[in-house]
Write a protein that binds this ligand. Structure first.
Ligand code: UDP
Ligand code: MG
Length: 209
């Protein structure tokens, strides 16, 4: 017989796995691989905010710009609105939500407005600050060399602020999910092939919806 929780999960329209970890921990890289192998839809909160910031019709562009440069977390109404819209537009039911929830405001906003969405797991990519900073600066450098536009927050000053926000605001959210018993910690220090092999252990257990 199905447990109450299982029934709830089956009834809910959407399934979300949150992918959390510090800036440069490898969230985007792992999400791309999960999409390839398992077909979940990747929604990066940061990418959605950057796209909204670029939209001249958006009333929130200026505010988003300021928050991102300062490494601060945008008010949840904005982020949640973008996530909801993307989920509904995708036609899918299974989502990787990358880089959200990042603070208490995000968490409360999610719990209040998205209580019908099942969150079977949180994937937490863990590595050191030195590794993360190295990766961010390397990525920025490669983008620049290729003639692309670098992120406004991929400079040493903004990176420091992003780390501070991560430690002060995001770690308590990860700890809360740890208490709930749904966090899968993966060491994201090794190369992507090795990290992904561990990530697969989680997603193999989540198929199919
Ligand atoms: N951001 C936010 N709310 C979110 C996700 C991102 O305000 O839910 C902002 C925040 O300022 C953050 C920036 O977007 O520092 C970049 O986020 P992203 O996830 O792209 O960066 P990453 O952590 O992957 O380097
Ligand atoms: Mg990212």
């Amino acid at each position: 017989m199905l447990g109450v929780l299982e029934c709830f999960k089956r009834r809910s329209k959407f399934r979300v796995v949150f992918v959390l970890g510090g800036p440069g921990s490898g969230k985007g890289t792992m999400c791309a691989r999960i999409v390839d192998r398992y077909g979940w839809v990747h929604l990066s909160a940061g990418d959605l905010l950057r796209a909204e910031r670029k939209d001249p019709k958006s009333k929130d562009g200026e505010l988003i710009n300021e928050y991102i440069r300062e490494g601060m977390i945008v008010p949840v109404e904005i982020t949640l609105g973008l996530l909801k819209r993307a989920m509904e537009a995708s036609g899918s039911t299974d989502f990787l939500v990358d880089g959200f929830p990042r603070n208490l405001d995000n968490l409360e906003g999610w719990e209040t407005n998205m209580s019908d969405v099942a969150v079977p797991a949180v994937l937490y990519l863990e590595t050191t600050e030195a590794v993360m900073q190295d990766r961010i600066l390397k990525r920025a450098n490669e983008t620049k060399l290729a003639g692309g536009a670098t992120r406004s927050d991929d400079n040493v000053d903004s990176i420091k602020k992003r780390f501070r926000t991560y430690i002060n605001d995001t770690m308590p959210i990860i700890d809360k999910y740890k208490t709930d018993g749904i966090v899968h910690v993966v060491d994201s220090t090794p190369n992507p092939d090795i990290v992904f092999a561990t990530v697969c252990n989680l997603f193999d257990t989540l198929q199919p919806s």
